[in-house]
Design a binder for this molecule. Structure first.
Ligand code: BGC
Length: 372
C-alpha cells in the first residue's frame, strides 16, 4: 500500500493512485462475477471488425491494436474506456510532476520554417509498431519529453477510403506536431459502409468520442487528410478565436479562394465548438458543411483568424476529387436558423469500433442513412 503523508508534495498523486487501485479492484470483482454468471463469454478479437482493417487486409495482433472493443459488451467498454482515460490523463500528470518539468518555451526552438514533402519510405507502416516514430505512444499520441506542453490538442481527421493518402499524412504530420512541442493525439474518424458521406456527422461524433477518452482536451483541429502543412511555423494550437490554418494551398495557387472559406484545416477551442453547436449534419455528399461552419462562427459573434499566407501553406496530395454536392447551396441558405437545432447537441451516429493503432486512434462511425 502506498504510504501517503500530508506533507508530501505528491499527496494528490497518492490519493489518485489509491483511488484508482480501489476502483480497479471493484471493477475486477464485478468483472469476474459477471463473467462467471454468463455463458456468453466475450473475448478480445484478433481480427478487427473495422472496415479499414478489412479493406486493407491488415492482420491485427495484440501489439498492434490494443483495446479493440466488441460492440455489445457494455461493461467491458466502460472498463476499457475508464482504464484508457486514466492512463491518458492521470499518469501523464504523475510523470510530469515527478520530473518537475517546466513549461515549454512559447516559441518552440526546433521549428524549421518552410518544409519539403518527402516520399513515404517503403517500410513505413502506420498500424504496426513503426520504427519511424518510436516516441509516439499507441493511439498516435505524443508529449514533449523535456518540458510540459502548453497545448493539449486533438487532431480530427475525417476519413474514407484513401489509405495511401492517410499514410502520407501521418508520416508527414507527426514530425511537425512534435517540433511544435504539443501534447497531441491524432484521431482518424472513418465513416463506415458505402453510404453517402456526411462529414458533419463524422466530425461531431468524433468530437464527442474524443471527450469521452480525453475529457481535458481544449483544442480541436479539424484536418482534411489530403493536406500537408509545408511550414512548421503554422502552429497547431487554438488562439482566442477559431483559426483557419489552410490559407494558402498549392492547388489554389497559394491564394485563399474566397474570404469565408474555413474548410481544409480549422482550429477551434472546445468551448467554441460547443457554442456554435459543431458542424451541421444536413450536408450529404461533398462540400458545404465548412461554409455552414463559417455562418455559425459569425452568428455566434466569433471571428475567424488566419495566420499570414506566407506561413499557412499546404500541399494538397493528389487524388480523384469527388463532385461537390450541388444541393449544398440550398441547405446553406438556412444555416442561420438551424444552428441550435442541428449539430453536436443532437447528432445521431453509431460508434462501431475503436482501435488504438501505433500512429492514430481509429473511430469507425456509422452516420446512418440519408433522409429521402
Ligand atoms: C464548398 C466547400 C469547399 C470549397 C473549396 C466550396 O464550394 O462548398 O465545402 O471547401 O468549395 O473546395
Amino acid at each position: 500500500m502506498i504510504n501517503c503523508r500530508r506533507q508530501d508534495h505528491i499527496y494528490l498523486l497518492c490519493i489518485i493512485c489509491t483511488g484508482f487501485m480501489l476502483l480497479t479492484s471493484i471493477f475486477n470483482v464485478i468483472y469476474i462475477v459477471q463473467r462467471s454468471l454468463s455463458n456468453n463469454i466475450s473475448e478480445y478479437t484478433q481480427t478487427s471488425p473495422s472496415s479499414l482493417s478489412m479493406k486493407q487486409n491488415i492482420p491485427l495482433n495484440k501489439s498492434e491494436a490494443i483495446f479493440v472493443k466488441k460492440k455489445d459488451d457494455h461493461f467491458e467498454k466502460t472498463y476499457q474506456t475508464f482504464l484508457h482515460s486514466f492512463i491518458q490523463n492521470y499518469l501523464t500528470i504523475a510523470e510530469t510532476r515527478n520530473l518537475s518539468l517546466t513549461y515549454c518555451p512559447p516559441v518552440p526552438p526546433d521549428l524549421q520554417g518552410p518544409l519539403k514533402v518527402n516520399e513515404v519510405p517503403k517500410n513505413f507502416s502506420i498500424t504496426t509498431n513503426s520504427s519511424y516514430y518510436t516516441n509516439v505512444d499507441i493511439g498516435g499520441s505524443y508529449q514533449p519529453k523535456t518540458c510540459l506542453a502548453r497545448h493539449k490538442v486533438a487532431i480530427i481527421v475525417p476519413y474514407r477510403d484513401r489509405w495511401d493518402i492517410l499514410t502520407h499524412f501521418l508520416y508527414h504530420t507527426h514530425q511537425i506536431l512534435q517540433r511544435q512541442q504539443l501534447d497531441y493525439r491524432i484521431y482518424v474518424c472513418e465513416q463506415a459502409f458505402d453510404k453517402t458521406f456526411n462529414k458533419g456527422i463524422v466530425m461531431n461524433g468524433c468530437f464527442k468520442e474524443i471527450l469521452k477518452l480525453q475529457p481535458n482536451v481544449h483544442c480541436f483541429i479539424m484536418h482534411d487528410v489530403d493536406l500537408l502543412s509545408i511550414d512548421d511555423r503554422n502552429m497547431y494550437t487554438c488562439p482566442t478565436y477559431p483559426r483557419h490554418l489552410s490559407v494558402a494551398i498549392d492547388k489554389f495557387h497559394f491564394y485563399l479562394p474566397y474570404a469565408t472559406l474555413v474548410g481544409g484545416v480549422l482550429a477551434m477551442r472546445r468551448e467554441h465548438y460547443l457554442l456554435v453547436n459543431g458542424y451541421s449534419t444536413n450536408y450529404w455528399g461533398w462540400g458545404g458543411e465548412d461554409d455552414d461552419m463559417h455562418a455559425r462562427i459569425i452568428n455566434k459573434h466569433l471571428k475567424v483568424e488566419r495566420p499570414p499566407a506566407s506561413v499557412a501553406r499546404y500541399k494538397m496530395l493528389k487524388h480523384t476529387h469527388q463532385k461537390l454536392n450541388p444541393a449544398r447551396m440550398k441547405v446553406l441558405r438556412t444555416a442561420h436558423i438551424r444552428i441550435d437545432s442541428d449539430g453536436v447537441n443532437n447528432v445521431k451516429y453509431k460508434l462501431l469500433n475503436t482501435t488504438f493503432y501505433h500512429l492514430y486512434t481509429h473511430f469507425l462511425i456509422d452516420v446512418g442513412e440519408q433522409p429521402k
